[in-house]
Design a protein around this ligand. Structure first.
Ligand SMILES: Cc1cc2nc3c(=O)[nH]c(=O)nc-3n(C[C@H](O)[C@H](O)[C@H](O)COP(=O)(O)O)c2cc1C
Length: 355
């Protein structure tokens, strides 16, 4: 048996194999942004993964960006997530909550009427996002956070972590890429601050580091992961020197003793994100983006990563692990139902027949 199918530990997390389900926003939350029974079914169907990283979850109402995305704020949301974690645990799986504060990647129509859109600087992202009310709309212009407000935003990550544990999650992951709040602080294009959270790389890295410290303070760093993609241009993100930025961030994060770093590689660029993370983070890596069975087997076998995460392959293949074991063909997903409400294109992809 190849190493990909063998158990491992990442900090305090026990994985029964090294095939991780990557976080995927699917916009199926209920009316109060609570996880529904259908979401519990969806995650339970995929629990044979060694680890599931949940879809991005907002830690505070201001952190919501997209329509029908779930939160970890209210008792109803905690109760909804409890259904999800129970379903995953009943099937023998492990699941962490991805905390995703969208910052400026938001639209007022997608969040509560009293929830603001905030960011390191008042710079609107170029581009549009979907709203249920009016279709595609330009991104909001954010309000720049005052220096004295930032500790409160950092503390929200700690509070959301407490609720994640109350809801039965095995750990938490900080979403540190894709143009959302921690990435907005890290990057020169979105962070024009002149206080201790802006300017040189150690100052731009401060917010992400403090958010991780707040998450680790709840019940240890060995239940906490960090997701990164140095140089990622998604959601109008730009940084003058992503290599330097992430060298600084990861060198500081290294001392925390996190469970893992979840690193997304970039294709067609000089910067090798996996090599950078291996060198500067030093701990266990989950690698991602565009892996198939063969390449995943190879990278785990030679010790280049502790585990590999798969996003799109899990959409139409709830039993991805078994299909990999059998060398079975993978089903394709329907892109039209990625973000539509309801079970269609969500919980109706069948597992392979037994036998
Ligand atoms: C429908 C969809 C939703 C996604 N939502 C998230 C998310 O909430 N958080 C996140 O970190 N990445 C998100 N991603 C990115 C994936 O986790 C992953 O990095 C990407 O799809 C590449 O992996 P793959 O080649 O295995 O699909 C999403 C991807 C897809 C396809």
């Amino acid at each position: 048996m190849t190493k990909l199918f063998t158990p491992t530990r990442l900090g305090r997390l026990s994985l029964r194999n090294r095939i991780v389900m990557a976080p995927m926003t699917r916009s199926r939350a209920g009316r109060q942004d609570e996880p529904t029974e259908t979401m519990a079914v969806y995650y339970g169907q995929r629990a044979s993964a060694g680890l599931i990283v949940s879809e991005g979850i907002y830690p505070s109402p201001a952190g919501k960006g997209y329509c029908r995305t779930p939160g970890l704020v209210t008792p109803e949301q905690v109760a909804g997530w409890r259904r999800v974690t129970d379903a995953v645990h009943a099937a023998g799986g492990t699941i962490v909550a991805q905390l995703m504060h969208c910052g400026r990647i938001a639209h007022a129509d997608n969040k509560a009427s009293d929830a603001e859109t905030v960011a390191p600087s008042a710079i609107q992202a170029h581009g549009e996002m979907y709203t249920d009310r009016a279709g595609m709309q330009p991104f909001a212009t954010p309000r720049a956070l005052r220096s004295d407000e930032i500790p409160g935003v950092v503390a929200e990550y700690g509070q959301a972590t407490e609720r994640a544990y109350e809801a039965g999650f095995d750990g938490v992951e900080l979403h540190g890429t894709s143009g959302y709040l921690p990435a907005q602080f890290l990057s020169t294009g979105t962070n024009h601050r002149e206080d201790r959270y802006g300017g040189p790389a150690p100052s731009r890295a401060r917010f992400a580091l403090e958010a991780l410290e707040a998450m680790a303070a709840v019940d240890g760093a060995d239940r906490v992961g960090l997701r990164i993609c140095p140089g990622n241009p998604f959601n109008d993100l730009s940084d003058d020197d992503p290599e330097e930025t992430f060298r600084v961030l990861l060198s500081e994060v290294r001392g925390l003793g996190l469970a893992y770093c979840h690193v997304i590689r970039l294709h067609g660029v000089a910067l090798d994100n996996v090599a950078l993370a291996a060198e500067c983070f030093g701990g266990a890596l989950i690698v991602n983006d565009g892996y198939g069975l063969e390449e995943a087997t190879e990278v785990v076998e030679r010790g280049g990563a502790a585990a590999v995460s798969f996003a799109r392959s899990f959409i139409a293949n709830p039993d991805l692990v078994r299909r990999f074991e059998l060398g079975a063909e993978l089903a394709r997903f329907d892109p039209k139902t990625l973000y539509t409400p309801g079970p269609e294109g969500y919980t109706d992809y069948p597992a392979l027949a037994e036998g």
